[in-house]
Design a protein around this ligand. Structure first.
Ligand code: URA
Length: 430
């Protein structure tokens, strides 16, 4: 089957057969199909969409591009969570140790930064020594011994998503329902999780900007997961402003550690407790929502989740001393704080603009193989609903150079709106 004919068929709005989809994925993974052809195909899918049947076929073709883990010999029930991507979303760093500390094994195949959103793998790699490319064998060992492991796609595990994800990141082909659903669900199915909690983000800092689109994505992913015998549930969470205050890899690791230490931003803590509780429920460790919440809160407040985090980081080769000595994390040489030009109430924080500013500072990729700078990013000092006085700091830019900090400040000049009257903070979940 010629790649160009498959691209043209989708370009013209045709429905691809399972064979055509499998042949395209196999060809791309083997290198017979070039990046530029895969980019054209992804753009055709973004513009023309895919039927549910095509999306399921795409997901399963991606799963078959590598090995599938069977963890049943290691743990009777393994749970996973996945976010559809949002600005400042460091949830996994907090939630995975909470759930693992409660005795429910967590395995997770995560992604890198995508578009204007950061990725768990890039965040974890901000920790010196952290290895997120474990072989399938080593992944199994870490899960067995520590009850927690987070890795990326490798040559063994969903290599098709590894290649397509990096390509979509830099070709404007991220916000497509079938591409997001197949990317996420292929990783979840191949990664060996029995139960999956999907955190579907909605708002200007997410790929799905409306509740309607987010619901459609959630339903599609639930259908794909249930079709292969997984227990799947989805939460719809707000991404109309960044989650927490920190945006940028090392900065987000620091904020996640603060949350595990019992501090950190209120919205991040609340969000993490809710996601962890959902995982404990789905994993049958808790019997009802109330006890699931108390259990998650207890793991956090007792310090057990923090100790599990420490154990996990060390198990994957990371320097767990970053917990007590945050200066071991990369620090950007230039920090510039921006203050409110007048008094008011924070009405809007343009999450997408903050995400894009972080990418431009070097915290994300403009091209597929770009290295990223783990130290850069932004730290907000306010949330929607807060009152500010004139001259009060609203955010700090962490940059490599003064020039890049100035460019970021210019990009963000209109990213925060103030209101004369009081503003209610948005809900965390819908
Ligand atoms: N997360 C993923 O793993 N893939 C996407 O396409 C979007 C978010």
């Amino acid at each position: 089957m010629r790649a160009v004919e498959i691209i043209e068929k989708k370009r013209d709005g045709g429905e691809l057969s399972a064979e055509e989809i499998a042949s395209f994925i196999d060809g791309y993974v083997s290198g017979e199909i070039a990046d530029y052809q895969a980019a054209a195909w992804a753009m055709a899918i973004l513009l023309r969409g895919m039927s549910t049947r095509e999306t399921v076929d795409l997901t399963m073709a991606m799963v078959r591009s590598g090995e599938t883990l069977d963890l049943s010999a290691i743990a009777p029930l393994v749970v996973d969570k996945h976010s559809t991507g949002g600005v400042g979303d460091k949830t996994t760093l907090v939630v995975a140790p909470i759930v693992a500390a409660a005795g429910l094994p967590v395995v997770k195949m995560s992604g890198r930064g995508l578009g204007f959103t950061g990725g768990t793998l890039d965040k974890l790699e901000a920790i010196p020594g952290m290895d997120v490319s474990l072989s399938a064998e080593r992944f199994r060992e870490v899960v067995q011994r520590h009850g927690i492991a987070v890795v990326g796609q490798t040559a063994d595990l969903v290599p098709a998503d590894g290649k397509l994800y990096a390509l979509r990141d830099v070709t404007g082909t991220v916000p497509s329902l079938p591409l997001i659903a197949s990317s996420i669900m292929s990783k979840k199915i191949a990664g060996g999780a029995d139960a999956i909690v999907l955190d579907v983000k909605v708002g200007n800092g997410a790929f799905m900007e409306t509740l309607e689109e987010a619901r459609a994505l959630a339903e599609l992913m639930i259908r794909i997961g249930q079709g292969v015998g997984r227990a799947v549930t989805a939460l719809l969470s707000d991404m109309s402003q960044p989650l927490g205050y920190a945006i940028g890899n090392a900065l987000e690791v620091s904020e996640a550690i603060a949350c595990l230490q019992g501090g950190g931003p209120h919205d991040l803590r609340e969000h993490c407790v809710a996601v962890a509780a959902e995982m404990l429920l789905l994993g049958h460790v808790a019997t009802d929502p109330e006890s699931a919440r108390s259990m998650a809160t207890a793991e956090l407040d007792s310090g057990r989740a923090l100790r599990k985090f420490e154990e996990w980081i060390a198990a994957q080769g990371g320097d767990s001393r970053v917990i007590g000595e945050p200066e071991r994390l990369p620090v950007a040489p230039c920090q510039q704080t921006v203050a409110a030009t007048r008094a008011g109430h924070i009405e809007r924080i343009d999450a997408r603009a903050f995400g894009l500013a972080c990418v431009e500072l070097g915290g994300g990729r403009e091209r597929k193989d770009d290295p990223i700078d783990p130290s850069v990013g932004l730290v907000l000092h306010v949330k929607v609903g807060d009152a500010v006085a004139q001259g009060q700091p609203v955010y700090t830019i962490h940059a490599r150079t003064v020039a890049s900090a100035t460019v970021a400040a210019q990009r963000l000049a209109a990213a925060i709106d103030l209101s004369e009257i009081e503003v209610l903070p948005p809900p965390l979940f819908f």
